[in-house]
Design a protein around this ligand. Structure first.
Ligand code: COA
Length: 150
């Protein structure tokens, strides 16, 4: 598997990006403001993430996703580690990520990669999404904010 930056004229893998965020509008905004990276096996895109600069020394990992057939094989963890390494090389001091109160596996993944919970953006998913999002039989309501020093 190779993880590389998406070329500027290359089309972003929207099927993968939509797995992480149902909002096309937010995805377009992230792609405009951030850098998109893809994981490929035999030229097939199986993973994606975007690094979004937010403050002078802080970057946010957004829209990380692995193709459904390839989930649970350690690729997500490799993408998070790759994002942390690239952010550190670029000189960022802190990497942040946000996920839903209902995203139990994602909360496990980020904490296994060394992220610590820093706060809660209460009602984020109620404010930003028209339709209710339910995962693990839990409604997505609050965004759990996590961060890691690089
Ligand atoms: N059940 C329980 N925990 C799971 C799991 C499952 N089916 N799949 C992943 N995890 C957790 C485990 O804690 C695992 O750690 P371990 O390997 O030590 O057991 C950790 O996640 C990493 O697993 P990994 O195989 O690297 O994850 P992945 O390749 O499936 O990628 C996502 C993780 C979240 C990127 C992927 O599932 C995905 O694309 N989901 C849909 C999009 C999404 O929700 N993006 C995140 C938005 S915040």
């Amino acid at each position: 598997m190779k993880i590389r930056k998406l070329h500027s004229r290359e089309e972003a893998p929207s099927d993968l990006l939509l797995l992480a965020d149902p909002s096309q509008e937010l995805i377009r905004d992230y792609l405009k403001r951030g850098e998109c990276f893809v994981a490929e096996v035999n030229h097939e895109k199986i993973g994606v993430y975007i690094l979004l600069p937010t403050r002078p020394c802080t970057i946010e990992l957004v829209n990380i996703a692995v193709a459904e057939n390839d989930q649970g094989k350690g690729i997500g963890k490799q993408l998070v580690i790759d994002a942390m390494n690239r952010a550190k090389k670029k000189g960022y001091k802190t990497i942040e990520v946000g996920t839903s109160n209902s995203s139990i596996n994602q909360l496990a993944l980020y904490q296994k990669c060394g992220f610590r919970i820093t706060g809660i953006d209460k009602d984020f998913f109620i404010r930003h999404y028209h339709k209710a999002i339910v995962e693990n039989e839990i409604q997505a309501m609050d965004m759990i904010r996590l961060s890691k020093d690089l």
